[in-house]
Design a protein around this ligand. Structure first.
Ligand code: FAD
Ligand code: SF4
Length: 463
């Protein structure tokens, strides 16, 4: 019987002092020895509970067995059968609440480090693999709107079936949140670019600087440009605000704007033409991955950083590892705290945030304990910068320019369980449907849509 108390192998990390000033990747990845030792902790359980915890059902024990046998490319193939961007997912998936939460080893000690093993295999593949080749064309054209993980997955899966796929991207660079939102120190852009280059090699065309709803409408793509189906993977890039006094002051950013300036436009580099404030004290409002990314970027700009979150550490929605890294880097967390007003100096620049203490009450509609303000508990955090990271919504442009496309109250496109929308030939998935969610769910929808589009076009042809 294996010793169930043996802990997981630690992830080697970049030195903390170096982290505060550079955007180099923080988690350095397992060595072969680490990976073999970690793989040996897997019990190869017959009922495979971890597989059910993975949204795309990667055959986890099978790929770990291949690592044990040092068949790393075979291990990669098993992962890649279910996930089209494994080097990305292994870095950003919230494994602790997915596959790893179901691992039987977590009952007595720590789960097998499934994500870290997936990363080891994927990185090795990227380093050693040759170029993929295109599938012979089947003569059918499909348009994909948005080059985030959902659009890229759908495009890749369709190209592998022989479709001629064009991805239309509003920004000048492909990758969606993977390039404009998630910072380099969590997800090196080299990894994302490599995955995108591979998609181009299998025949996917990516047209950047094209805004669907402005440059072309969906109806024009279908009626004038010959696309037989369209997949909408346009994400949820519209930032939410709290509607408190002072949100329009100088020094207040949405997390999306702040992160785009840093990650996409490299505003922290002296030679960048995009400006960014160099704050002394920053308050980041929110507790998700976006808040952690904004806080850690502000730290790297040289700021003292405070995260204010209205629930407790237990409810923090961010990946556990990101919150731990943020604490290590010196970010200060104010739990059970909510801003009520942002104050300014006489020139209209932020000089503080008035906050209120909260306590937890009965669960709200999301099932989480409801934060309730404690009367008379107001206090001020001095700050010259405030970053609002309290969620995003789908941009209304596509729904307002596409007659017949139904959306819900929150602006999400309504689909059936196979990603078909209310408009014939138009499919949708990812954050554009669910609102802000996760990379793996966005990819899952892209994959599902590719199958649904293939079926739709094949059936239409037979009519
Ligand atoms: P997106 O990635 O948003 O891509 C949509 C693309 O469509 C964008 O490139 C956009 O420019 C383009 N577009 C929009 N409108 C148009 C138009 N009209 N015409 C043409 N193009 C258009 N998830 C995790 O699982 N783990 C994490 O650690 C994590 N961290 C995150 C950190 C940040 C800062 C953010 C913002 C999100 C994070 N997420 C994380 C969430 C995850 O990134 C998203 O759920 C995922 O990217 C959604 O994928 P998508 O393809 O639906 O949309
Ligand atoms: Fe291995 Fe854990 Fe999955 Fe069991 S549950 S097969 S130990 S990863």
């Amino acid at each position: 019987m294996p010793d169930m108390s043996v802990k997981r192998n630690k992830m080697p990390l970049l030195d903390i002092e170096k982290r505060k000033t550079t955007y180099d990747e923080v988690a350095l990845g397992y060595s072969e020895q680490d990976a073999l030792s970690e793989a040996s902790r897997c019990l190869n359980c017959k009922n495979m509970p971890c597989v059910n915890g993975c949204p795309v059902n990667i055959k986890i024990p099978d790929f770990i067995s291949e690592i044990k046998n040092r068949n790393y490319e075979k291990a990669y193939e098993i992962i890649a059968n279910a996930s089209l961007l494994p080097a990305v997912c292994s870095r950003v998936c919230p494994q602790e609440s997915q596959c790893e939460s179901k691992c039987v080893r977590s009952i007595k000690s720590e789960s097998v480090a499934i994500g870290r093993l997936e990363r080891f295999v994927s990185d090795l593949h990227i380093k050693n693999a040759g170029s993929p080749s295109p599938t012979p064309s089947n003569g059918h054209k499909v348009a994909v709107i948005g080059s985030g993980p959902s659009g890229l997955t759908c495009a890749g899966a369709l190209a592998r079936k022989g479709y001629k796929v064009t991805v239309f991207e509003a920004l000048h660079t492909a990758g969606g949140v993977l390039v404009y939102g998630i910072p380099e120190f969590r997800l090196p852009k080299e990894i994302v670019n490599k995955e995108i280059e591979n998609l181009k090699k299998i025949g996917v065309e990516i047209r950047t600087n094209v805004i669907i709803g402005k440059t072309f409408t969906i109806d024009e793509l279908m009626n004038e440009h010959g696309y037989e189906a369209v997949y909408v993977g346009s994400g949820a890039g519209l930032p939410n605000f709290m509607n408190i006094e002072g949100e329009n002051l100088n020094g207040v950013y949405s997390a999306n704007e702040f992160l785009t300036r840093i990650n996409l436009m490299k505003a922290y580099m002296p030679e960048s033409s995009t400006p960014i404030m160099r704050p002394e004290k920053t308050v980041v409002v929110g507790g998700g991955n976006v808040a952690m990314d904004a806080a850690r970027c502000a730290k790297r700009l040289g700021s003292e950083v405070y995260v204010v979150y209205r629930r407790t550490e237990k409810e923090l929605p961010a990946r556990r590892e990101e919150a731990e890294h943020a604490v290590e880097e010196g970010i200060i967390f104010n739990y059970l705290t909510s801003p009520v007003k942002i104050t300014s100096n006489e020139n209209g620049y932020v000089n503080g945030v008035i906050c209120q203490r909260m306590e937890l009450s009965q669960p709200d509609e999301s099932g989480r304990a409801r934060p309730v303000p404690i009367e008379g508990s107001e206090f001020t955090i001095e700050a010259d910068c405030v970053i609002m990271a309290i969620g995003t919504s789908p941009n209304p442009l596509i729904r307002s320019t596409t007659p017949g496309l139904e959306t819900n109250k929150k602006g999400g496109i309504i689909t059936d369980n196979r990603t078909a929308t209310s408009k014939d030939g138009v499919f949708a998935g990812g954050d554009a449907v669910t609102g802000s969610a996760t990379v793996i769910l966005a990819m899952g929808a892209g994959k599902e849509a590719a199958d649904a589009i293939d079926k739709y076009i094949t059936e239409k042809q037979g009519e």
